[in-house]
Write a protein that binds this ligand. Structure first.
Ligand code: FES
Length: 608
């Protein structure tokens, strides 16, 4: 049977035993699937325009409003075609358009990459000089540059004879720790790729290794999201069997290849020129891409297979780079704190701070570090996907049409959308603003309960506040419900409890913090005032806060271009005291307390 996907204009074949979500995936269309297709999140909403389909499931009755059900809205993971069918995929259900944080504050580092390049002008073989091609190369490098005992990558060796003759014996040679890893025409740039492999997003930077300059950068949604929204559901998916574990690895590798091709074509280069790659990511992401066993990561005491830095050949992972290219994985700190946190510490120099610095990378998992003059404490807290717009009635990722800023003046709701287009939902920063505004105006109380107000009405999930009426935008109402506020309270509770436990470990209180560094995409766009108002951030003066952008990506770049910094990164895990919140006896109590919005709302130090 035939399936038409609108407004994309893509037509594919399907059958009655394949869900529309899976058929879309097979046609190259990635529909959101934050719960991995279990019918629990509602993120895969589509509209059946024409054609027969399976009956509504219980999940659809629960997650869709009566209005949506009567207008043909379905959950793509729950519905099966029963004949030729035409569906419409709303923009908020597509994963490809979200805003990815690529920028970060630049750090000054000495450019000293692990792959060094040497120009060589080799004598041609003659009847009196019958040395092999590799001996000719290594002899030259020893005589000219004093490099001894060199080896050569086996894959590269296969191309050496042809390459040297085509280049007329003049070439630039890339050497990495005594191994010849590339041969290229004289003067061709030596390229590296730095990757921040996040649970939700992947950001990549193409770098000229000789100059340390970023040539191009780009980001995409982590395609694993179609198999689960957070690390726990991805672990569960990978544990289903070898086929599923392979899928999780392959989808990321395919995306990395696509990203690299895109960046290289933007920079007029070729992916085969990429000679070194650094991938920073959380511990689970590293296990999944490498297809390491993950069962032990999902159970207490959450042990990773290996936390040491790791170098793997790109070829072994089917990455399309130079034959000798290595992928470097910086060290992890623990089962739930990975090399992205190491990269963030390196990029922000938190480890060298002389005062008390709190570092936070807010996401589905929030990594929190606390640097005191004596020690670095770190923890990871499951703040959930609410800040990505998931589990929120009209939530969506940060893409065009998402409300990102909100101000409520009297009964008027002012808002700003990404891209300046009509509103279609709320992204994390918008949700945070709404909750802060409702709290300040007394429309919700410390427990998050909504009080009577002309803008509050009774909805399917209890009280809800109407932000955008049907007359605005896409003829679509946008509301925030009591249940949505509960999701934000859960996320906020997890983060605040993490901060409080680190402060207690260090024997400090909130007012002892001199500086707060907020890293990551969500943290870059939030209104610090709103985050303080609801208690996600400590109540400190504005000059204490520094929103640094994608520090993990920046850290990966630094490790790519500076060998000295790579060595520093290797030592960071030993400087960190990892605090495991799951086994911490105070966590539950702190979390329960932190679920409440702060008592003192009269004045935020940032309020202007
Ligand atoms: S409800 Fe369909 S993917 Fe979650």
């Amino acid at each position: 049977m035939q399936i038409d996907f609108e407004p994309l204009g893509i037509r594919s074949q399907g059958n009655s035993s394949t869900s529309l979500q899976e058929s879309a995936r097979q046609a190259g269309i990635v529909i959101n699937a934050l719960c991995g297709g279990l019918g629990k999140c509602g993120s895969c909403k589509i509209q059946v325009l024409d054609g027969p389909a399976s009956a509504h499931t219980e999940a659809e009755q629960t997650l869709l409003t009566p209005d949506e059900l009567s207008n043909g809205y379905r959950l793509a993971c729950q519905v099966y075609p029963l004949g030729d069918i035409k569906i419409h995929i709303p923009v908020e259900s597509l994963t490809a358009t979200q805003r990815i944080q690529l920028e970060s504050q630049e750090s000054v580092v000495t450019i000293d990459p692990i792959v060094r390049n040497y120009d060589a002008f080799l004598p041609m073989p003659t009847l009196h000089d019958t040395r092999s091609d590799v001996t000719r190369l290594t002899d030259y490098l020893e005589e000219r540059y004093g490099l001894e005992n060199l080896s050569i990558d086996f894959e590269l060796l296969k191309s050496v004879p042809t390459c040297l003759r085509e280049l007329d014996w003049a070439t630039t040679i890339g050497i990495r720790e005594g191994e010849i890893v590339s041969l290229k025409p004289l003067g061709k740039p030596s390229l590296g790729l730095a990757v921040d492999l996040g649970t939700t997003k992947i950001a990549a930077y193409l770098v000229d290794l000789r100059e340390g300059r970023t040539l191009a950068s780009s980001g995409i949604t982590n395609p694993q999201i179609a198999y689960g929204e957070d690390v726990i559901s991805r672990i569960a998916y990978a544990m289903k069997g070898a086929k599923e574990a392979t899928i999780l690895s392959e989808v990321v590798i395919t995306s990395l290849n696509e990203l690299a091709h895109r960046l290289c074509s933007q920079s007029d280069c070729n992916v085969h020129q990429i000679e070194e790659v650094v991938i920073a990511g959380n511990t689970v992401m590293r296990h999944l891409i490498l297809m390491l066993p993950v069962a032990q990561l999902g159970l207490a005491p959450y042990i990773s297979a290996d936390n040491n830095p790791l170098d793997v050949k790109a070829k072994a992972l089917n990455l399309d780079f130079s034959p000798g290219c290595y992928i470097h994985f910086p060290p992890n700190i623990g089962g739930f704190i990975g090399s992205d946190c190491v990269a963030m510490i390196l990029a922000t120099s938190i480890n060298q701070a002389k005062n008390v610095v709190l570092g936070m990378d807010i996401g589905t998992n929030t990594e929190i570090t606390l640097k005191t003059p004596q020690q670095i404490y770190a923890c990871s807290t499951a703040s959930g996907p609410a800040f990505e717009g998931a589990h929120i009635r009209n939530g969506m990722r940060a893409a065009d049409g998402a409300i990102e800023k909100v101000r409520i003046v009297g009964s008027v709701v002012e808002y700003q959308t990404i891209g300046g287009v009509a509103p279609i939902g709320l992204c994390g920063s918008g949700i945070l603003d709404v909750v802060a505004q409702l709290f300040r105006l007394g429309i919700i109380n410390e427990a998050g309960t909504m009080k009577d107000n002309p803008l509050v009405r009774r909805g399917k999930d209890g009280p809800e506040f109407v932000l955008v009426g049907k007359s605005a935008g896409n003829n679509k109402e946008i509301v925030i419900t009591r249940r949505d506020i509960g999701e934000i309270q859960l996320a906020k509770g997890a983060i605040q409890a993490g901060i409080n436990i680190l402060l207690a470990e260090a024997g400090l209180k909130e007012t002892d913090i001199d500086q707060v560094i907020i890293a990551g995409a969500f943290g870059s766009y939030i209104n610090v005032d709103s985050a303080i108002a609801i208690g996600i951030l400590p109540r400190l003066p504005p000059q204490c806060f520094n929103q640094v952008g994608n520090a993990a990506g920046m850290g990966a770049k630094i490790i790519l271009v500076s060998n000295e910094k790579r060595e520093q990164a290797k030592k960071i895990p030993n400087q960190v005291h990892y605090v495991d919140l799951i086994t911490n006896s105070n966590f539950f109590q702190e979390f329960s307390k932190a679920m409440f919005l702060p008592k003192d709302i009269t004045v935020s130090p940032n309020q202007r």
